[in-house]
Design a protein around this ligand. Structure first.
Ligand code: PLP
Length: 399
């Protein structure tokens, strides 16, 4: 059964054009780009072509792009580089809702004796800008704030934050792993020094990413060894995946405007129908500033895991919280930071769409999910009581 895949913030399918372009570099052109012979050395040109394509998607210069193994490595590299290049500064600012790639790295520095400020968010997942301004001081080595949240899709005011940081001469890194390829991102306009992106979130394979490093920004490599990436990231280049990332970025750039409209339309239809058909459902996050592909909905008084299992029976893939934390039954740190009530955190489902979704995918969810919610609530004693309390409303045609 072909899945109805609505979990694109966890990972995306590899675009057919991308796999077609990368496969020769798996099967035929397996040389090492650092080799003197033509067979290997010719790959150098292909890597530079990919670099140009990645740079073009975000309005950067090719030499500002460093290929890495994933978004996590890009995030870790950015923060570590800042700390290494400003060794006298011992303060890091980030947010309470970062992906673990930044959040846990910041906690690691806290354990090492750094002062770390985790800026809170309000109940719509919006950053507490007052607290952010107040946290900034002469000792701040780096601010790392995500562009868009992986669980709710909420987009942070990166432009505004960057302007302040530029005036204060503080390094600014943004984890744009969920934003690049989904919304326009231009380094010509954004006052950002470092930016992370990841291949598998934009229809390239897993295990490849990139770090944007603005020209003139001090840098210290995280992975030390050979001279690859002009000495900025050692390790023999993952040529097929780099080629794939380049192609995926080229595709994303060409189709972005249409995709934003198309995917946003599908997401809005799905969300509106589910809110209409399911009582006690609410959207988590600021719907005014949000990725077009993401909808995080809490179905109160139901367990998110139970919903996922039932959807799975229909081949529908979604997620509760981020893919990294599902598997443990820990409630999402993002929703908790937003103060989402306990009963709603546990029943939260994230739908994340892509250009490969069709209307029929959304229709299927709209058809099967409301009865699933109703049934699960009738099985849960708490849900049954709650439903009994609001039964008259439901009878009056909300379902
Ligand atoms: N940052 C964000 C916001 C993410 O959503 C993810 C992956 O889910 C990452 C970083 C990590 O990227 P990767 O899986 O490429 O290491």
């Amino acid at each position: 059964m072909k899945p109805i895949y609505l979990d694109n913030n966890a990972t995306t399918s590899v675009a057919p054009e991308v796999s077609a372009e990368m496969l020769p570099y798996v099967n035929e052109f397996y040389g090492n780009p650092s080799s003197m012979h033509t067979f290997g050395g010719q790959l150098h040109r292909k890597i530079e072509e990919a670099r140009e394509r990645v740079a073009a998607l975000i309005g950067a210069e090719p030499e500002e792009m460093i290929f890495t193994s994933c978004g996590t490595e890009s995030d870790n590299t950015a923060v570590m580089s800042a700390v290494e290049t400003y060794p006298h500064k011992r303060h890091i600012i980030t947010t309470k809702v970062e992906h673990p790639a930044v959040l846990n790295f910041a906690k690691y520095f806290a354990r090492k004796g750094f002062r770390v400020t985790f800026v809170p968010v309000d109940n719509l997942g919006r950053l507490d800008m007052d607290l952010f301004y107040r946290a900034l001081d002469e000792d701040t080595a780096v601010v790392s704030i995500m562009y868009a949240n992986n669980e709710t899709g909420v987009i942070f005011p990166i432009q505004e934050i960057g302007q302040i940081l530029r005036e204060r001469k503080v390094l600014f890194h943004t984890d744009a792993v969920q934003a690049v390829g989904k919304v326009p991102v231009s380094m010509k306009e954004l006052p950002v020094d470092m930016l992370s992106l990841s291949g598998h979130k934009l229809h390239a394979p897993k295990g490849v990413g990139a770090l944007y490093l603005r020209k003139g920004t001090r840098f210290s490599p995280y992975i030390i060894g050979g001279h690859q990436e002009r000495g900025r990231r050692a390790g023999t280049e993952n040529v097929p995946s780099i080629v794939a990332l380049g192609k995926a970025c080229e595709l994303a750039k060409t189709g972005l405007d249409n995709e934003v409209r198309y995917v946003g339309g599908l997401r809005n239809r799905l969300e509106a129908a589910l809110l209409r058909c399911c009582p006690d459902a609410r959207v988590n996050g600021d719907t005014e500033h949000r990725l077009p592909n993401t909808s995080n909905i809490s179905f109160e008084y139901v367990e998110g895991e139970a919903i996922l299992l039932r959807l799975d029976e229909y081949g529908i893939c979604a997620s509760s919280g981020s893919a990294c934390t599902s598997g443990s039954l820990e409630p999402s740190h993002v929703l908790r930071a937003m103060g989402v009530p306990f009963t709603a955190v546990h029943g939260s489902i994230r739908f994340s769409l892509s250009r490969y979704n069709e209307e029929s995918d959304v229709d299927k969810v709209i058809e099967v999910l409301p009865p699933i919610i109703k049934e699960l609530r009738s099985l849960s004693p708490y849900g049954r009581d709650k439903l009994a309390a609001c039964a008259p409303d439901r009878e009056s045609g909300t379902e």
